[in-house]
Write a protein that binds this ligand. Structure first.
Ligand code: 5GP
Length: 210
């Protein structure tokens, strides 16, 4: 039975290239914060460590987990399945740990709709401008430029989900963005005052989508 000593769920989502994964890693260094490790059918990248970055599984195993209703949420993102199994999350929350989720908007929606008895705080991370995003998404050769253009189109679709999040934070400077998120989490947990300007965010989204 959930109690006030339980941890909180903290979701970070963002369009590709906004720096969310780095922010989750920074927040995970905080005392009492733990990252939820997702399952995915995507192939591991060279720098990724199995069972730390992801549980890498095949589609058959992923479908078995769906059938057994083990997922708190799952979604198909860029042709691969990603999902969060329920038991490890609930165990951590019951031990008073705050659980960080690096998941997309579909997963964030699903967790929100579950209306769990635990506090949920959701963040959407945005880049400072379309120009900076394009720079972050592209490297030197032409092939990467084409991928970056494709991702810019995807960005235009993903950014529209900002409205469903508790807070939108602009990643202009990593340290500053981290501090903003950290302060908002603390304010939420302690019912303190929140330094948050929704009008500013609305204007920023207008600029990104114009
Ligand atoms: P990547 O393949 O680059 O690690 O992740 C691609 C996208 O999938 C990112 O937006 C990431 O946040 C999202 N993602 C990672 N794990 C999960 C998960 O368990 N559930 C959902 N819904 N999305 C996830």
């Amino acid at each position: 039975m959930p109690s006030e000593n339980d941890g909180v769920l903290i979701v970070l989502s963002s369009p590709s290239g906004a720096g969310k994964t780095t922010l989750v890693k920074m927040l995970s260094k905080t005392d009492n914060f733990e990252v939820s490790i997702s399952h995915t059918t995507r192939q591991p990248r060279p720098n990724e460590i199995p069972d730390k970055d992801y549980y890498f599984v095949n589609e058959e195993e992923f479908k078995r987990l769906i059938k057994n209703e083990e997922f708190l949420e799952y979604a198909k993102v860029f042709n691969n399945f990603y999902g969060t199994t329920r038991t490890p999350v609930i165990d951590k929350l019951n031990k008073g740990k705050n659980v960080l989720f690096d998941i997309d908007w579909q997963g964030a929606d699903q967790i929100k709709n579950k209306k769990l008895d635990y506090k949920l705080i959701t963040f959407f991370i945005l880049p400072p401008s379309k120009e900076v995003l394009f720079e972050r998404l592209s490297s030197r050769d032409m092939k990467d430029k084409l991928i970056a253009e494709e991702r810019m189109k995807q960005f235009g679709r993903d950014v529209l989900h900002w409205i469903n999040y508790d807070y939108v934070v602009i990643n202009n400077d990593l340290k500053d963005c981290y501090t903003r998120i950290f302060n908002l989490i603390n304010a939420e947990i302690s019912n303190g005052s929140k330094d948050y300007d929704l009008e500013y965010i609305r204007n920023h989204v207008d600029k990104l989508t114009s």
